[in-house]
Ligand binder design. Structure first.
Ligand code: PLP
Length: 362
């Protein structure tokens, strides 16, 4: 099979401002709501490198309360949040166990090795959900000439596995087992509120056993920028220094935190709509000739389907969709990912399905 360059769809200049575009490439494409924009304009700010931005301080305090943690730190991106946590929880020359589709491995520019001097130990897992039995097998033997495992990193929901969710007993067991084995556990919880919604549990409950947690305001929660790292007071004290070293001291970033506060307080309650829309899309896609998806596995706002039966590859397929103002990314030679979010409603999903059907048939 010819190699296919799997690049996200990039819009041409003339395509960028089309009002009717249904953008299902990612939940990162959401635009701030009018309420967020007003709050940003009115935000009280100060120099956050001195710890003096009242809006950031309020956001960090609320995030820590909601997750039941001692402290949290506002960072510009999920990638920086993961980088900070991993830097603190490891030493150079060590191994990090993660699932083979993990964002920290595939899409964070080799940061495990760049900034922490660590190597990944990848584990394939059905639907991207690791188990303690699989993790345990990958822990390096305690021999002086083997790189020692120091960290397990889980991703909940698992983005490239189609937004799959860790049952709480599975992630709890991994945390308990890892801790008994002397390892630490990090959570890439970019979409942890989606996981909590799917499980009908609080984010505090499903994350309490992790040593460090990162979650994003800028995905399904709809804020324009920002993520938080959470942990113990001592961990967050260290995180301040690592954030500054990475260039993440953002001064009067309270204008961003103001939108983040609205995202944190008001947006989790609406994620179930995105999940229902993703399931609606999946049910519709399953009925289109040439497309394969097990709709019953769609738990949150992300779905991955196979379009191989249409005779097209994902690059050509996403180009065709774009010609009809529907955007979705190829994530494998014949794998397409669709992500629902607050800026695409049910009518948009219905239209997207009609376009997909037309493109699959052409
Ligand atoms: C699972 C996961 N973790 C981390 C990130 C990184 O977030 P950011 O793009 O803010 O760096 C993403 C981004 O899409 C993600 O999907």
């Amino acid at each position: 099979m010819t190699a296919v360059a799997i690049d996200p769809v990039h819009l041409r200049e003339d395509e960028k401002n089309r009002v009717t575009t249904i953008d299902l490439r990612s939940d990162t494409v959401t635009k701030p709501t009018p309420e967020m924009r007003r709050a940003m304009a009115d935000a009280e700010v100060g120099d956050d490198v001195y710890g003096e931005d009242p809006t950031i301080n309020r956001l960090e305090q609320r995030a820590a309360e909601i997750f039941g943690r001692e402290a949290s730190l506002f960072v510009p991106s999920g990638t920086m949040g993961n980088t900070i946590a991993i830097k603190i929880l490891t030493r150079p020359g060590q191994e990090i166990i993660c699932e083979e589709r993990a964002h920290i491995y595939n899409y964070e520019m080799g940061m495990l090795s760049r900034f922490s001097g660590c190597v990944p130990r990848l584990v394939p897992a059905p639907d991207g959900i690791l188990t303690w039995a699989e993790v345990k097998k990958r822990i390096a033997p305690k021999i002086y000439y083997r790189a020692q495992t120091s960290l397990v990193s889980l991703e909940n929901t698992n983005n490239m596995a189609g937004g799959s969710v860790y049952p709480q007993e599975v992630s709890d067991e991994i945390c308990d087992g890892a801790h008994e084995a002397g390892l630490r556990v990090h959570l890439d919880g970019a979409r942890i509120f989606n996981a909590a919604t799917a499980l009908g549990k609080s984010v505090a409950d499903i994350t309490r056993k992790f040593d460090a947690v990162m979650f994003c305001l800028s995905k399904g929660l709809g804020a324009p920028v920002g993520s938080l790292v959470l942990g113990s007071r001592a961990f967050i004290d260290e995180a301040w220094a690592v954030r500054k070293a990475l260039g993440g001291g953002m001064r009067q970033a309270g204008i961003l935190a103001a939108a983040g506060l609205i995202a944190l307080e008001t947006m989790p309650a609406r994620l179930k709509e995105d999940h229902a829309n993703a399931r609606f899309l999946a049910d519709g896609l399953a009925r289109i000739r040439g497309i394969q998806i097990d709709a019953s596995k769609v738990q949150t706002n992300i779905l991955v389907c196979d379009i191989g039966g249409t005779g097209l590859n994902s690059v050509d397929f996403s180009r065709r969709l774009a010609e009809h103002n529907v955007l979705a990314n190829g994530v494998g030679p014949t794998a397409m990912r669709f992500v629902t979010h607050m800026d695409v409603d049910r009518a948009g999903c219905e239209r997207a399905l009609q376009v997909v059907e037309r493109c699959a048939d052409a």
